[in-house]
Ligand binder design. Structure first.
Ligand code: SF4
Length: 680
């Protein structure tokens, strides 16, 4: 058997793994012993990351909608239809009648081409991807406070930290190789662990202090910790004076968040909050770790800013084994953001509104008049489509029918489009709505790079030829551009795309495929002799001085009432990934959790006569689903949790599409639902 070193396709840990191949098929995967994240280990998804590649229902030829179904056509015909229809819509309604959804599952090179296609060929900034739905507040909140919207530190630094403050991250389920580092630090070295999460997640068992706040009250408890730290004089006065600004404003803002006041809002007992504040402030090497429990709120940006405030207050940024560490979900969500698959920035977070930046891209791409107005976000794209104002949509490898909030409205939006094309590896729930489906190569069938959660840009390598007639996403995008009359997207290899990225993107400026061998480089890496950056904001913040940005607690958009009397939160489970298109086709994973469920507290279950395995109906103001009950103390009384992987019990039929006003992320973590046992 041959073996090829590549990068895992699932979570943002970015583990290095070998794919084993035999007779043109991938037949196994196992960890790289020397990779800095995996170090000889993988989670169960990594060990099984090859199985879906060989599935017989992979899309292997272009499909065009015909008589309510799909018929196979050749590439020429499919690409002609796509380019012709997109150009017609641009001509008839203007560039902004088109939307482009890029993908955190595809490579940096492919995301770069998707945003280049949207901007250079179709002259719209309506390009976005699923980071909008997971870490958009991280990009905004950390850029505003620190000057860089990324994880400040590095996964290997978890091995030296003395304390972890983990909030809104079910780390052992979602980022297992990071979760295991935290558990090892606690068990082997006596590191302290503060867990703040409404659900009693696995890490809570190892916690020195566990605080179960009510969903959506994060600004309040973080302000409360800062109130205690300031009142007790535990803040880092010299660091604050030398390296930050706006401290007096923060001081005033958190004054009212006394432990008693915070307890009323969050239900966190005063004594726990005080202990947590003291412990965090007094421990030198303390890392904040968070994920979507913090970001997926209408106050997502404020939640992130508040964590940044807390870290600056105690001098916990700019040193090894400290920092504010957002764990990015998808394998390449960091890269898709870095590379500019966002409506307001080109690659490297260079603003589309900046004349000099646009001029630079125009020169390199040999085009004129790149659009200067920021485009539509994911949620706005679907809203405009539903209103009939957005006419054409191009999706690469995303499945919004299952992943986006208020799924019934997403379906309505897709039905309303005049033209919809998708690049996919399987006939997903979303692909069923497409006019044209273009079969894409999987991660095992192409070259490129992913950027993991610690800013490590690392190679993926082709192990086998694409199935059937499938093509790599970058090849398809290049073909579409060519047929639209643009000559600036002809590449024979993804390394050429990376070379273009580095010329235009200062944070990737010193990279090329040679330098990325074998295990990548961490940005910023501005020049060819730069070794990459392990942790950010050493000596000074990326923006100069770190800025305290005081935030005021605001309740979630939709709270329980007499009719909808439970709080619903959604998320993932260890065995599955996102909308399940790959993990549900992987027998080992699907056997463990074959379908959806709702977690409900035993006291609530008793009141509703619900037993383990009972069928229950869950309804919100937007729709209803049926699923089976899992009775567990993991969720608080009055709360339920539904994983969003399963189309037959799609949590996002229920979720609230209300968004954070700045980052435009929907509030997946709080909405009001009612529950009843299904009797027939
Ligand atoms: Fe893949 Fe994440 Fe598991 Fe590593 S921890 S093997 S990257 S899913």
């Amino acid at each position: 058997m041959a073996r090829v070193l590549t990068t895992c396709i699932y979570c943002g840990c970015g583990c290095g793994l070998y794919l084993e191949t035999e007779d043109g098929m991938v037949v196994g995967s196992y960890p790289s012993r020397n990779h800095p994240v995996s170090k000889g280990a993988l989670c169960v998804k990594g060990w099984n990351a090859y199985e879906f590649v060989n599935m017989l229902d992979r899309l292997n030829a272009p499909l065009i909608k015909s008589n309510g179904g799909f018929k196979e056509v050749g590439w020429d015909k499919a690409l002609d239809v796509v380019s012709k229809r997109l150009l017609e819509i641009k001509e008839k309604y203007g560039p902004d009648a088109l939307g482009f959804l890029s993908s955190a599952k595809t490579t940096n090179e492919e995301n770069f081409l998707m945003m280049k296609l949207a901007r250079a060929v179709f002259k719209t900034n309506n390009v976005d991807h699923c980071a909008r739905l997971c870490h958009a507040p991280t990009v905004v909140g950390l850029a505003a406070t620190f000057g860089s919207g990324a994880m400040t530190n590095t996964i290997s630094e978890f091995e030296d930290a003395d304390l972890f403050l983990v909030t809104g991250s079910d780390t052992t389920e979602q980022h297992p190789l990071i979760g295991s580092r935290i558990i090892n630090a606690v068990n082997d070295r006596g590191a302290r662990l503060i867990v703040v999460d409404p659900r009693k997640i696995e890490l809570a068992k190892y916690a020195t202090i566990y605080m179960a706040q009510d969903n959506g009250t994060d600004v309040a408890w973080i302000n409360g910790m800062m109130n205690v730290i300031i009142k007790e004089g535990l803040y880092a006065q010299k660091y604050i004076e030398e390296r930050t600004e706006n401290f007096e404003e923060l001081k005033r803002a958190v004054e009212q968040y006394t432990p008693e006041y915070v307890q009323k809002i969050t239900k966190i007992p005063c004594n726990l909050l005080i202990q947590a504040a003291r412990l965090y402030a007094k421990t030198k090497k303390a890392m904040i770790v968070y994920s979507m429990g913090i970001t997926q709120h209408t106050t997502g940006v404020d939640n992130v800013k508040s964590l940044a405030n807390l870290a600056m207050l105690t001098a916990h940024v700019g040193f090894a084994s400290t920092g504010v560490n957002p764990l990015r979900g998808q394998n390449n969500v960091q890269g898709a953001c870095d590379i500019g698959a966002l409506p307001d920035v080109f690659s490297g977070y260079q603003k589309v509104t900046d004349d000099a930046v646009r001029a630079k891209f125009e020169r390199k791409w040999e085009v004129e008049n790149l659009p200067a107005k920021p485009g539509l976000t994911v949620t706005e794209i679907f809203k405009k489509a539903r209103e009939g104002k957005l006419k054409g949509l191009y999706i690469m490898g995303e499945n919004p029918v299952i992943s986006d909030p208020d799924a019934n409205h997403v379906r309505q939006a897709l039905e309303k489009l005049e033209f919809f094309v998708i690049q996919e590896i399987f006939l997903s729930d979303t692909a069923q709505y497409a006019d044209v489906i273009l079969p894409a190569a999987s991660f095992a069938e192409k070259d490129g790079t992913f950027t993991n959660t610690e800013r490590r840009v690392e190679r993926i390598r082709k192990a086998i030829e694409p199935v059937g007639e499938a093509k790599a996403d970058w090849e398809i995008l290049s073909e579409i551009a060519r047929r639209c009359g643009y000559k600036g997207m002809d590449y024979s290899d993804p390394s050429q795309i990376m070379d273009e990225i580095v010329q235009l993107t200062p944070i990737y400026g010193g990279m090329n495929y040679e330098r990325l061998d074998p295990f990548g480089l961490q940005w910023p890496c501005p020049s060819k002799d730069h070794p990459g950056t392990v942790y950010l904001h050493k000596d000074k913040f990326a923006k100069g001085k770190g800025t305290f940005m005081p935030c005021v607690y605001v309740a979630a958009d939709e709270l329980p009432d007499d009719e909808y009397n439970f709080v619903l939160s959604t998320g993932r489970v260890y065995w599955h990934w996102h909308t399940g298109t790959m993990t549900r086709r992987t027998s080992t994973l699907n056997r463990e959790v074959p379908t959806g469920f709702v977690e409900i507290n035993p006291k609530d279950a008793e009141k509703l006569n619900i037993k383990k395995g009972s069928r229950v109906k869950i309804a919100s103001r937007r729709g209803e689903i049926e699923t089976k009950a899992l009775v567990t103390e993991k969720v608080k009384e009055g709360s339920v949790f539904v994983p969003f992987h399963f189309s037959e019990a799609a949590a996002n039929v229920l979720t609230n599409p209300a968004v954070d006003p700045v980052a435009k992320i929907p509030e997946y973590k709080v909405c009001a639902v009612k529950i009843e046992k299904v009797t027939s």
